[in-house]
Ligand binder design. Structure first.
Ligand code: NAD
Ligand code: RM4
Length: 259
């Protein structure tokens, strides 16, 4: 049990990578504060996070919802307040919520550009700042993990609004590692490759694209949300007590393969 006794907050935890990470943390003994966007429910259900919360409670851990839009700074505050009121503290933040509305560059509507930056980059900043202030108040350190992307390091023709936000999260974690290191708060990022989730379901519905990725990825398959569980648990845990300012690629070898 790598996270026994720890309280972990996960943004965007109702599905995909955030859901898998929240469940992996609970499996390792953590209590969980689950953030998600209600209107973002893939299946249109009223509370898309309830299934995850029920699953965590089924493991004998505690879980609460702190739904809300991370682009609103009040949501970061609500996540922290929720953690403190329900569990007395916050030890770990996984800032995962993000969007990628694939679009061509030359005719990119500015409202899509703005929303992507507001959710992915501003949203991460707000939540990280709120969590860090709580961890400083507690005086016992902590771990903050930003879900960036291999797209922090490479471009994407349909992702000109998105890749700068992922590079921004990677950079934010590096700066926060320096700003918060003196408080014992470690800040790192994970850089997933291509993971099959709702965010890219339509994009990956093109068989040629799937074929391209399975050839390009040395491990021979697209990623699955569960592939992120172990790396995030590691960075959250005391096993990573001297890991600060790192960026961990979780992409099956995609980035290093130029063939
Ligand atoms: P997803 O669409 O399956 O899940 C997104 C989650 O974020 C949902 O829980 C949704 O409710 C939540 N969300 C969306 N907008 C929100 C907002 N404004 N406020 C609060 N919650 C919000 O996507 P995913 O693939 O699981 O992506 C999760 C993260 O991983 C994103 O930051 C994404 O950029 C990153 N990522 C994904 C991939 C991939 O290939 N899937 C690769 C690299 C990085
Ligand atoms: C990732 C990466 C993937 C894409 C998702 C949406 O960062 O670019 O290839 O499918 O974003």
């Amino acid at each position: 049990m790598l996270l026994e006794g720890k309280v972990v907050a996960v943004t965007g935890g109702s599905r995909g990578i955030g859901r898998a990470v929240a469940l992996a943390c609970a499996r390792e003994g953590a209590d969980v504060v689950l953030n998600f966007l209600v209107s973002g429910a893939a299946d249109g259900s009223a509370n898309p996070g309830q299934e995850v919360i029920d699953a965590i409670r089924g493991m004998g851990r505690r879980a609460i919802a702190a739904e809300g839009d991370v682009a609103d700074p009040a949501t970061g505050t609500a996540i922290v307040t929720g953690a403190v009121e329900a569990f007395g503290k916050l030890d770990v933040l996984v800032s995962n919520a993000g969007i990628c509305p694939f679009h061509t560059f030359l005719d990119m509507p500015l409202d899509i550009m703005r929303r992507t930056v507001e959710v992915n980059l501003f949203g991460t900043f707000y939540v990280v700042q709120a969590a860090a202030n709580q961890m400083v108040r507690q005086g016992r350190g902590g771990s903050i993990i930003g879900v960036s992307s291999v797209s922090a390091l490479v471009g994407g023709a349909q992702q000109t609004h998105y890749t700068p936000t992922k590079a921004g999260i990677h950079s934010l974690m590096q700066s926060c590692a320096i700003a918060l290191g003196p408080y014992g708060i470690r800040c790192n990022s994970v850089l997933p490759g291509t993971i099959g989730t709702d965010i890219n379901k339509e994009d990956l519905s093109d068989p040629a694209k799937r074929e391209y990725f399975s050839k390009r990825i040395p491990l021979g398959r697209l990623g699955e949300p569960d592939d992120l569980g172990g790396p995030v648990v590691f960075l959250a845990s005391d096993m990573a007590q001297y890991v600060n300012g790192a960026a961990l690629l979780v992409d099956g070898g995609l980035f290093v393969n130029l063939q």
